[in-house]
Design a binder for this molecule. Structure first.
Ligand code: AKB
Length: 319
């Protein structure tokens, strides 16, 4: 049985991925680690929890030794919008934190999952059907750290034989834990505001297309790629994966099917709009489909229906 450490376990993906891994591999075999965000009761009560500051290698090493960890899901990272306002912090966490995780993995023989992002592409990358292998010249600190991360993971595999794997996540939509500081966060916020107030003021333009994915698919991707036979992987660390591509106007129209009086307004934030404009409209994820059988289950319609059901239940508001 695997012994898994999840860094960033209190974050949007980490909190749900940890629970899914606990269900699959046993509660005691999955160690959740967080730093600044308070862990939920669910996370604390269902299995081991430790505080890890990934910029301090000794804190990672201590937990890996204590639990004889053989697999690390390294999710601790600063997202795109925060990275633009705090580029030094983003470099430290996203680069030095990853370096520390990889070094510990090298030393203790761990397999490592590292999420990359649509942020690795830049303004001069093809925007539609963005290929798996293409120009990567991002103009954001987040993108720069994510491209560097992909290369670092490749290097640790080639040079030291560390079994590194990863996907380029699009915006992730979920109802459990809020995302923090990303450019795609609007696609989560819109559901909260639609249910609570029937109105949402969007910080991106109505026609801004971006790749997105519902959380169950994001979790499935992280588990599936780690379970596939290593020999099948050609693009180990940076698989394009997507489930849907939509604009704020599209998602608002989908929500209106359930909440007819819902209104979306726009107050564009130039920083986040510039980040979104530098990212693809829609990636080509055929390499992931071919090499490890990636196939998302939720499109815009299925995701919206499920989000509204689950979130209205959670917020105790009838729609
Ligand atoms: C962000 O918006 O920063 C993230 C991402 C797409 O990597 N959700």
């Amino acid at each position: 049985m695997r012994k898994i450490l999840v860094t960033g376990a209190t974050g949007q993906i980490g909190s749900e991925l940890t629970m899914a891994l606990r269900e699959r591999y046993g509660n005691d075999n999955v160690i959740a680690a967080g730093h600044k965000r308070k862990p939920s009761k669910k996370l604390l009560n269902s299995g081991p929890f430790r505080v890890i500051d990934c910029t301090d290698m000794t804190t990672i090493e201590k937990v890996v030794r204590e639990f004889k960890v053989d697999t690390i899901y390294h999710l601790a990272a600063i997202l795109s919008a925060v990275a633009e306002s705090k580029p030094q912090l983003a470099w430290n966490v996203n680069i030095n934190g990853l370096y520390n995780a990889l070094e510990v993995a090298r030393e203790y023989g761990c397999v490592v999952f590292v999420p990359s992002s649509i942020g690795v592409f830049g303004p001069n990358t093809l925007k539609n059907n963005t290929p798996q292998d293409t120009i990567q010249r991002p103009n954001t600190m987040y993108g720069i750290t994510k491209v560097t991360g992909e290369l670092l993971c490749d290097y640790y595999y080639e040079k030291f034989g560390v079994d590194t794997r990863g996907v380029r996540y699009p915006g992730i939509i979920s109802y459990e834990t809020l995302p923090g500081g990303g450019t795609t966060d609007y696609a989560v916020e819109i559901f909260y505001e639609a249910i609570k107030y029937r109105r949402y003021i969007c910080y991106l333009r109505a026609d801004t297309y971006l790749d997105m994915m519902y959380m169950p698919d994001a979790i499935k991707a992280a588990i599936d790629i780690m379970e596939v036979d290593s020999n099948r992987l050609i693009h180990r660390n940076a698989f394009n994966v997507t489930a849907m591509s939509f604009s704020p106007k599209d998602i608002a129209n989908e929500i209106k099917k359930y909440i007819p009086d819902f209104v979306i307004d726009y107050n564009v934030d130039p920083t986040r709009q510039a980040i979104a404009d530098s990212w693809p409209n829609k990636m080509d994820d055929s390499a992931a489909r071919e090499e490890w059988g990636w196939k998302p289950r939720y499109d815009l319609a299925a995701m919206t229906k499920d989000m509204l059901e689950k979130l209205s239940e959670k917020l105790k508001v009838r729609i």
